[in-house]
Each structure stands twice: as structure tokens, then as C-alpha cells.
Design a protein around this ligand. Structure first.
Ligand code: MG
Length: 390
């Protein structure tokens, strides 16, 4: 068992990118300052570089655990919540199971309606670090601490085909297929003028009948438009249909889930099981994001979804990869069917970590090393800027 937490350090991780996430800027898209771009197809801000919030906890024995959460926008918001509230309270709490600690920290402001957003992101970073410390102190891997010891392989799907033309995108998909990756997902924006059926036609012809091909609709449709789009893709046998309607529109999510033939996938923006509960039955696939949920809520969402008959295929966001490795191990413990592979982000940043899972021949290969298995290496420290020490 770990001892009482005595030190909390918060950093921003920042690294420039060679490839703009989701590809080069298109018509009507624009830069927001030096750091961000706004995409036309869904009005969402994306960073030009990789950035996350990284956190290290040290207990009274000097043992450490590492966590990570979103830092795409306003990383200081997460740090402020840790500085003002969550950190001091965590250092007062008796050490125990990390899920009990998550509940205690969440309890502080639940009656005021602080149920998600940046508050939950801060909780996620702390929770991942606490689980890391907890498992390491027992000399076991995170998956073992969650009830599934041992190494494992988790099927990976290639996420995004950032190419300027249909031919270039197919060529990229074929190059991954040649390396053993038989699953791919495209965002609606990776198509010519939004012709997603044409894109599926090209990919299905070029990749063959056995390739799994999914689409991320990026919240761009009404329920009616989503149902029509899914219908137009039916001849190409899509693997799943992700996030077609506004995140908050639960009625539309249920309407689409009932109406379409292929599995509806939801969940990358959820923070807690409370986000899942009203959507139970709508999503045939849930996609918890470790950077938002932490280990505690990731597992609670996965367990509920499994009971409801859904598959688990976690989301992978932009970051250093501590949360990605925690996600792989929690996914293994939860019996996930597959995991998203951000091929433009994960391998490059995994080189900044000791102990990261590799992704080769269509699968993540997950070691059984203690905790979530990853620690920033010396090269990573050049990309970590201190934000806060408690
Ligand atoms: Mg998505």
C-alpha cells in the first residue's frame, strides 16, 4: 500500500508536430493565434502541437506515480483546480484504494453541479497517478491491480488517414494493412468535399472485404442526416459509426442507435459513468477516454457497458502517452475488443517514455511491468515545463 501523498508536481508537456492533426488547413479553416486551428466541419479548436498536462505524485516513502490529462486548451485551469482544492485535500486523505479517493475528491463539489469538464480532467490526472503508485507499491501491473494479471495483446485500429487525395489516403491505408493492421477509421473530413460514401467505396475496393473500416462523424449531423449517412454507407459494410450527433443530444443518440444497421460508437467526451448511464442502449460500442475518465471511471463505464452488452473500444487522444498506456492496461483488464491507435502521435511520443507498449502487426503489445509501466525518460524532460509544485 502506498503512503500518504506528500508532493504533487504538475507540468505541461509540449512538443511540436510534423503533421497537423487531421491534416492541412482546408477552405474556411483558420489559425487561432500561433497555437491552434479551428476546423470548419465541426467548429472545433485543435492544437498545432502536442500538449497535455502531466502530473507526478510522491508519497511519504518517496515512491512516485505518474498521471496525465488533457492540456489542449488552458492547461493552467487544471493546475489551478489541483492547487486550490484537489491537491491539498488529497494530501490530507489517508492512503487507500484510488477509486475511494476519486469518490472523496468528486464529492467536494458535486452538489454545485461540478460533474465534469476541467474538474474531471484534473481528477483523471490524479487518479491515473494514484493507480500507478498503488499498483507499483504492490509490485504489480495496473491490469493485475484491476484483476487481470499478465502480458497481453490488444488489437489496434489505425486512426485517421491524413492524405490530400483519395488515392493518397488509400495508399496510406494499404501501407498499414501491409504491416498487419486490418482495422482503420476515417474522420468525415478525410474525404473529398464530404463525399464519405465515395471514400468508403475507394477504401473497400482497395482494402478488400475483410478490412474493418469505421467512420468518425465528429458530431456534425442531425439525427435524420446521420441515419441517412449511415444508410448510404451500408453497401460498404462499415465497422462502426462514431459520434454522429451533438454530444449533449441524448434523444438524437438513441434515435440514431435504434435506426442504423451498423454499431453506433459513443463516449470519447464522457468523464464519468453518470455520462454513460442515460445513453445505455444507444451505443453498441463505448469509447472511454482515459485522459478524461482516469482509471476509476474508465473501469466503471466499461463494466456498466459490458453488462448492457456493448463492446469496449477506447479512444486515444493527443499527449505524451502516460494516459494512453494506462488506457491500454485498463482496456486489457476490461476485456476490450480493440483500442484506437493514433499513428501520427503515439509512436513518436512513446519514444519519450520508458516502458511504453509497442504497436506492431495490428496490435498493442502490453507488458506486465509495475503500474501503468511508463515513466518520462530524460528526453521527455526537455518537453515538460513545471506549472505547479505542492
Ligand atoms: Mg472521435
Amino acid at each position: 500500500m502506498h503512503k500518504r501523498i506528500e508532493k504533487i508536481e504538475v507540468f505541461t508537456f509540449e512538443r511540436s508536430r510534423n503533421t497537423t492533426y487531421l491534416g492541412d488547413l482546408g477552405d474556411g479553416e483558420f489559425a487561432l493565434g500561433d497555437s491552434h486551428v479551428v476546423r470548419r466541419f465541426n467548429g472545433t479548436v485543435y492544437p498545432r502541437f502536442d500538449r497535455s498536462v502531466v502530473l507526478r505524485l510522491t508519497d511519504a516513502d518517496g515512491a512516485t506515480g505518474w498521471g496525465e490529462t488533457y492540456g489542449l486548451v488552458a492547461p493552467k485551469a487544471v493546475a489551478a483546480l489541483i492547487e486550490d482544492l484537489l491537491g491539498p485535500y488529497l494530501m490530507m486523505l489517508d492512503p487507500g484504494r484510488p477509486d475511494a479517493t476519486w469518490d472523496a475528491l468528486y464529492e467536494l463539489q458535486r452538489v454545485r453541479g461540478y460533474w465534469g469538464g476541467y474538474l474531471a480532467d484534473a481528477l483523471a490526472a490524479l487518479d491515473i497517478a494514484l493507480w500507478d503508485l498503488f499498483a507499483r507499491s504492490r509490485g504489480e501491473s495496473l491490469q493485475a491491480a484491476l484483476g487481470r494479471p499478465g502480458v497481453g495483446a490488444l488489437p489496434a485500429y489505425v486512426s485517421g488517414l491524413p492524405g490530400a487525395s483519395k488515392a493518397a489516403r488509400l495508399e496510406l491505408a494499404q501501407s498499414w494493412q501491409a504491416r498487419g493492421f486490418d482495422k482503420v477509421k476515417i474522420p468525415v473530413s478525410h474525404s473529398d468535399d464530404g463525399d464519405i460514401a465515395g471514400e468508403f467505396d475507394s477504401l473497400r475496393r482497395g482494402l478488400g472485404a475483410d478490412q474493418k473500416i469505421a467512420v468518425d462523424v465528429h458530431w456534425t449531423c442531425s439525427a435524420e442526416a446521420a441515419i441517412a449517412m449511415a444508410g448510404s454507407l451500408a453497401p460498404y459494410d462499415p465497422w462502426f459509426f462514431e459520434a454522429p450527433v451533438a454530444s449533449e443530444d441524448i434523444a438524437a443518440q438513441h434515435a440514431v442507435g435504434r435506426a442504423i444497421a451498423c454499431p453506433l460508437a459513443l463516449g470519447e467526451e464522457w468523464r464519468t459513468e453518470w455520462d454513460y448511464r442515460p445513453r445505455a442502449g444507444a451505443a453498441a460500442i463505448v469509447q472511454p477516454e482515459m485522459g478524461h475518465t482516469g482509471v476509476t471511471q474508465f473501469i466503471r463505464i466499461a463494466e456498466r457497458a459490458r453488462t448492457d452488452g456493448a463492446q469496449i473500444i477506447p479512444h486515444a487522444t493527443i499527449g505524451l502517452g502516460l494516459f494512453a498506456n494506462a488506457s491500454l492496461r485498463a482496456a486489457l483488464a476490461a476485456g476490450a475488443e480493440a483500442h484506437e491507435f493514433q499513428h501520427t502521435i503515439y509512436p513518436e511520443n512513446a519514444a519519450l517514455l520508458e516502458g511504453a507498449a509497442s504497436c506492431e502487426a495490428g496490435a498493442f503489445h502490453i507488458p506486465d511491468s509495475p503500474g501503468h509501466g511508463t515513466i518520462p525518460n530524460e528526453d521527455a524532460m526537455a518537453h515538460l515545463k513545471p506549472l505547479l509544485t505542492l
